[in-house]
Design a binder for this molecule. Structure first.
Ligand SMILES: [Ca+2]
Ligand SMILES: [Ca+2]
Length: 275
């Protein structure tokens, strides 16, 4: 009980420091003290981030597959219109590859963290990952985040892949900030004792598949969950043990799971948890 209370206090302090340091959000109150307006101090940054998922890789293809988007037909897929990360973000035409966001692989969550203390998540957004690796908002444009005065790190989370985090991005205060995770392994930050953070396929770097319970590590829990779904023969569903994102749980998924388990992959974000 005490430990839990302490965690809450630590989180509150970190959040306060973060907001104090960046001081980007301004509240306006009426005479009765009701908050009537929230401004972002005008400064927004467009984020142009590129990332690949191993599960989306299709042999010999430069782009990822959008099988979940077009599973039954062009306008009838398996992707949910509401993001799976609890962000409450809705994209009603997610089944339509000709929609504003184009060919969509899946939802991802992007976090902007404080580079000097990556425990602190400054902002996060549920966004759409396109087959070419671009990440866009539900209107098809680059996502916008509140500008920050200090350096940030960009973390990418996916419901059944191992989360990654960028190296420090020194300037995140105006215009468009670009970061391409696909060009080199060291675009994903890692500490000396971390597992390699990405896989090389067809000359590009991809997030590892297999963290089906999204707890930042591939371990026996993930394999057990996958085995259960494999034995149940699940298909026609949007479910986390379908690690290659094709709507069917089969031997391909189990093989990817087994390899990921043997590899012992885990996210560098485990170094930045509130203890
Ligand atoms: Ca896991
Ligand atoms: Ca599958």
């Amino acid at each position: 009980m005490t430990a839990h209370f302490f965690k809450i206090i630590v989180l509150a302090v970190l959040t306060a420091i973060s907001h104090g340091a960046f001081a980007q959000i301004k509240f306006t109150y009426d005479n009765a003290g009701n908050r009537i307006k929230r401004e972002y101090n005008g400064a927004l940054v467009q984020l142009n981030v590129k990332v690949f998922l191993k599960g989306g890789y299709r042999t010999g293809q430069a782009n990822m597959g959008n099988n979940l988007q077009t599973y039954f037909s062009a306008n009838s897929g398996l992707l949910p219109v509401t993001d799976p990360y609890g962000g409450g973000v809705v994209y009603n035409t997610i089944g339509n590859p000709a929609g504003v966001a184009g060919a969509v692989v899946d939802w991802v969550k992007v976090e902007i963290r404080d580079a000097s203390n990556p425990v602190v998540v400054v902002q996060s957004k549920s966004l759409l990952l396109k087959t070419n690796g671009d990440v866009v908002d539900t209107d098809g444009t680059l996502p916008e985040f509140v500008a920050q005065n200090g350096a940030v790190a960009i973390a990418i989370m996916h419901r059944n892949h191992v989360a990654i985090m960028s190296n420090a991005v020194a300037a995140f205060n105006s215009g468009t900030v670009s970061y391409d995770f696909t060009t080199a392994l060291n675009k994903a930050s890692q500490k000396p004792n971390d597992a390699p953070q990405m896989a090389s396929l067809n000359g590009k770097w991809h997030m590892w598949s297999g963290d089906v319970n999204a707890d930042l590590a591939v371990d026996g829990l993930d394999v057990n969950k996958a085995s259960n779904d494999f034995n149940a023969g699940l298909f026609d569903l949007y479910f986390n043990t379908d690690v290659n994102l094709d709507g069917v749980m089969d031997g391909t998924d189990m093989s990817a799971m087994t390899n990921a388990f043997i590899g012992g992959y885990f996210s560098t974000l485990l170094n930045y948890m509130i203890q």
